[in-house]
Write a protein that binds this ligand. Sequence first.
Ligand SMILES: Cc1cc2nc3c(=O)[nH]c(=O)nc-3n(C[C@H](O)[C@H](O)[C@H](O)COP(=O)(O)O)c2cc1C
Length: 218
Amino acid sequence: MTHSEILSAFNFRHACKIFDSTRKISETDFNLILESARLSPSSFGFEPWHFVIVQDPNLRNLLKPSAWGAPVKLDTASHFVLVLTMKSPLIKWNADNVLDFMRNVQHLSEDLITPRIKLFQQFQNIDFDLTDDRKLFDWASKQSYIVMGNMMTVAAMLGIDSCPIEGYNQVETDKVLQEHFDIDTTQYGISYMLALGYRLNEPKVKTRKSMAQITTWK
Ligand SMILES: Cc1cc2nc3c(=O)[nH]c(=O)nc-3n(C[C@H](O)[C@H](O)[C@H](O)COP(=O)(O)O)c2cc1C
């Protein structure tokens, strides 16, 4: 990819407010966007995320009352993703899930696992002070936001529009997920929503601070 192709993908991406509901993202393109999510980096490599792709219009409607920033996108997006992040029972240093992950996904040997868990304990309890459930969830959510960037960039490279959404009430949305989406909200919480599709209207001109305003070289 040339510099100018990379730049045009970043300029193409904008927070799309209304999608063209007649246009659908192809399966191949959407799978590539999901693959960019799957291959995203995370702290200690623990992949503390889960993606729920909501295509059923009835389920999309159930999200509307608690998601003030989403109704138009829920009605028009080709694909609508809920990005969930692990809570303490799954991501605390001594969680069974962490041990299973080291064994069955990372394929670490038992003699590597013990020091790694010790390091993870020190990281959570001392280095990053992740000492309550909220701190831990917010830290794990940071990893999920890396995924957001990757999915939006890959979408833009494919000429696909997107909009990240935090315009919802977390507690109310978690309730809807528990009641209607079969999600155990003691284990997962919602970090953000991501709508994807094709723009209906041209975006406003992009405004950004200058490079000089946001960088310091030493
Ligand atoms: C974490 C996050 C949450 C956002 N939540 C919303 C939202 O709920 N609704 C919306 O229309 N845009 C949302 N946006 C889009 C931003 O308003 C938008 O990215 C910003 O104004 C810059 O404009 P641009 O993306 O078009 O360049 C969100 C963006 C981010 C990164």
